[in-house]
Ligand binder design. Structure first.
Ligand SMILES: Cc1ncc(COP(=O)(O)O)c(C=O)c1O
Length: 415
């Protein structure tokens, strides 16, 4: 059984990229220099926009973008109810009104029919979130935005490199924001990016960030050490011998230490702390430049793995598999299935050597901190309760995928 144990994920950062960081450890300049022009230009070229600005994180990207765009406190901004809590939390902190719209139950992205019904005279922007690597139908979003005079802010935190109608996410709207943490398919060991096609918006964002100090060397090294540890722990032999038995033992206690160690406390943003206001450093830019060269290959491998799982799991009883919409190129940042007894499926899969995760999205409309903005989002509530992330990462090969399919089917057929 040991040889079959399959970890839930695998970091995308390469040994060479980690070496780039570690070999600079005594070169103080590499960690204080915030010159990122080359990385930003390469990223802008990759996405297909005029400007890319390195920012501290996705939520700070949103903050900086909204500070630069023509919006005012009290404006309504449409967001999917199924998203990362920090996005509506940032809207609320800045004085905007997050308007939660339900998801389409099979794509898990904005239900576009509902978006139009929720637009009022106060609506100023819409945030299409390209969740799990699936681009939203941007033809439709841009049409609606034009018709109602809305700004479009693309959430590309999970869709770096994904295309809709041949164009990359982050190149359609007024701005797009990205996040590059150590667990992301595109990583610079922290930080993020804003993309846009308006140099004056880019200039305002750069100006707003001009006083930000560089992120500390300790923070970058900590992210590099974390990524190295994740690479080691998810090595298949080590995972099977050590982590998998430990995860099984924790599961008996109803605990998932991996998810718990990465989970951020879900709470309102009451101030922008100093550690949010940091600039990425040139050593991270070097990692980013290297990642740009590899990202399409990694996405292609995940796409192939995702399609393999999707085609073979389709039709399994009580299992909703992800759908791929016309024009969208799904890069399967995650492969998320839905089933009425998610805990049972997770438990049985783990027992048979397949590690899974519940993920860290929230049913934001149902969160206490957003009680003033609550709206009926039944598909989000159901999906949130039923979602399970299966392994789909770039290093999985056919025998492992076949094992995942066979095991899921065996478990579901006896439910
Ligand atoms: C869809 C989505 N939006 C926004 C964020 C927030 O990113 P950050 O932690 O960089 O602010 C995340 C985090 O992963 C995310 O998945």
């Amino acid at each position: 059984m040991l040889f079959r144990a399959i970890p839930r994920f695998k970091p995308s950062v390469s040994g060479g990229e980690l070496f780039t960081v570690f070999r600079q450890v005594f070169n103080k300049n590499a960690f204080t220099d915030v010159t990122l022009g080359y990385f930003e230009r390469e990223f802008a070229k990759y996405i297909g926009v005029s400007d890319a600005i390195a920012v501290p994180s996705a939520r700070m990207g949103l903050y900086l973008a909204l500070s630069a765009l023509p919006v005012e406190k009290g404006d309504e901004i449409i967001v999917p109810a199924l998203t990362y809590y920090s996005i509506p939390a940032m809207l609320s902190f800045m004085g905007f009104v997050p308007v939660f719209v339900d998801i389409d139950p099979t794509t898990c992205t904005l239900d576009l029919e509902q978006v139009e019904r929720r637009i009022t005279s106060k609506t100023k922007a819409i945030i299409p979130t390209h969740l799990y690597g699936l681009p939203v139908d941007m033809r439709w979003v841009m049409e609606i935005a034009e018709k109602h005079g809305l700004l479009v802010i693309e959430d590309c935190a999970q869709s770096c490199g994904a295309r809709f109608d041949g164009m990359r996410t982050g190149s359609f709207g007024d701005v797009g924001y990205f996040t590059f943490g150590p667990t992301k398919p595109f990583t610079t060991l922290g930080g993020g990016m804003i993309t846009c096609n308006d140099p004056s918006v880019a200039e305002k964002i750069r100006h707003e960030m001009s006083g930000f100090p560089p992120v500390s060397r300790g923070a970058v090294l900590k992210a590099a050490v974390t990524a190295s540890a994740m690479k080691t722990a998810t090595n298949r032999s080590l995972f099977g011998a050590f982590l998998w038995p430990a995860l099984r033992a924790f599961r008996l206690l109803g605990k998932d230490p991996i998810e718990e160690s990465f989970r951020e406390e879900v709470k309102p943003i009451s101030a922008i702390p100093d550690y949010f206001r940091k600039k990425m450093t040139s050593v991270q830019g070097d990692v980013g430049v290297s990642q740009i060269k590899r990202i399409d290959d990694l996405s292609e491998l995940r796409h192939r793995n995702g399609m393999y799982l999707l085609e073979r799991l389709q039709g399994t009883q009580d299992l909703i598999v992800p759908s791929v919409t016309e024009g969208s190129e799904h890069i399967f940042t995650s492969f998320v299935v839905q089933t009425s007894d998610r805990d049972y499926l997770a438990r049985e899969l783990l027992r048979r050597g397949v590690d899974t995760a519940k993920g860290y999205m929230s049913d934001c409309s149902g969160l206490e901190m957003f009680k003033d903005y609550r709206s009926e989002c039944p598909h989000t509530t159901t999906a949130f309760r039923n979602m399970l992330h299966l392994p789909v990462y770039h290093t999985l090969r056919v025998p492992q995928l076949e094992y995942i399919v066979k095991t899921v089917k065996k478990i579901m057929d006896v439910i």
